[in-house]
Design a protein around this ligand. Sequence first.
Ligand code: F6R
Length: 587
Amino acid sequence: MCGIMGYAGAGNAAAIVYNGLLRLEYRGYDSAGIAVMYDGKIKIAKKRGRVKELSAFCGELAGNVGIGHTRWATHGRPSDKNAHPHSSGKITLVHNGIIENYPKLKEELIASGGKFASETDSEVAAKLVDKNYDGDILEALIKSCKMLEGSYALMVMCEGFDGIAVAKYKSPVIIGLGDGGNFCASDEPALAGLCPGICVLEDGDFALITADEVKIFDSDGKRVERAVLENLAEEKSLDLCGYPHYMLKEINESPAAVRNTASAFSSCGKACEILSGAKRIILTGCGTAYHAALMGKRYIENFSSVHARADFAGELRYASRTAEEGDVLVAVTQSGETADTVEAARLYGSFGAKVLAVTNSPHSAITRIADGVVYADSGAEICVAATKSYSAQLAALYLCACVAAGGDVKAREEELFACSDMLRSFIERTDVRRLAERCSKSSAVYFLGRDLDYCAALEGSLKLKEVSYVFSAGYPAGELKHGTLALVDGKVACVFSITDPALAEKSASAVEQVLSRGGAAAVLTDIDGVKEEFGGRAEIISLPACGKYLAPLFSAAVMQLLAYRTAVILGRDPDKPRNLAKSVTVE
Ligand code: F6R
């Protein structure tokens, strides 16, 4: 979270950085700012609110070197003064991350006469670099970073230096190598169409970026080389292609994500080797990725005799302190940068477990930690709420489970190809507007299911609450009668997913429990008997018959569309839900 961008070159820095920030806005959108160097002096514009608030000021910021920031507040509420960049003396910087020891550093800086203009931890870094600056910005930055604890991606401008100094530790920085100028940014989408090549900085790296060159240094200030990689960011992923929101566009891209994930699987040889030797598989992730991990656990246990477990990445470190021979940690993460997931992977790697990443970000931190990578190939996801990346993760984990079981992977890939086509026409014809109207007026919406349908229910609930702000919760259908039923009345809606014929009767009795208490029920099902039983009494959403393992791809599409439509009815911005950001790089 927090998007940062820098540019040094022949072009108009303010305009380039502004456009980069617009593309990074999914990382945070409570305030934004840009600093540009002109004639050796730095000028700043910063404001509370979205990046577009800066457009009026860009014309006033002439110059060829600039940095910018779009914020997701951690320390200090969103305000003009807490917006980045922060300055001290000749130094102006933007920061993504958290400086954990900032209270102590701030106290020391105040004791030596420092005055602070904001409540942020980041301003401490500006003061520190200023204090350590003695004519050499790289030296000052290296010295300052030795005093920082926590995580940081810093882009620093210094009056007298016609470029940007960069530091990276546990927050991502990509360097873009352009023709006539160079770039730095939190994420590749900011660089789409700007440069053919990129370098990914490693933890402890520093860089000096000018119009003509990029120099990278290690933590002792020694020059190092980092591989030049192809810039994979595509401008088309930033194009709404006629859709009103990225969320709707990306839900419609789920079929392609499933297909591409199945196609890409043949190149995951190393990952397959690891999975084939697994004795125990621990799956982990956060939020939506955790829900995919929960589904993956069920796939593995249904297909093979390998023991599987799924834990929240943020909790995993408290769950177990060791790994055994044959343990494989599967880290599921769209961004590949989520701090809790990356740290869990690092920890299990240090215990001796093999680490496998399931991600759609090939240049991300998790891919550098992992022993093997499976591409959940959904392409860049711009909407803060995960949609197509979840579908891709389910497809990837379905194939992983098949490998762990020593099964026929080719056959499973074919199933996914067929499923991708069915999903495309299913999304085109599925209309959830009536149910969304109902949800928008409900005091709470409960999502219920058993086994795989329970995992789907958890994700449906997360989606609805995060984009519509309607209270929702996901439960196993069998749990309803053990407490939550007390909350069911005429103002509550319950969304059931019933796709396993062996469990249908039991889930159906939970639907009856809701209906007989005056609650409204919707049933997502591909089972004819269930449709007949509840037709006319509950809203029936017919799923195509595809078997219980792939049904979650269809119920996910329904629940994503439901969340989207409910958000739109309530006037929310589904692409940028309040208080949230994509790529959560703080623990
Ligand atoms: C919800 C959502 C989040 C992410 C979570 C993990 O729609 O997007 O819950 O799934 O923050 O992010 P990644 O997958 O990037 O590790």
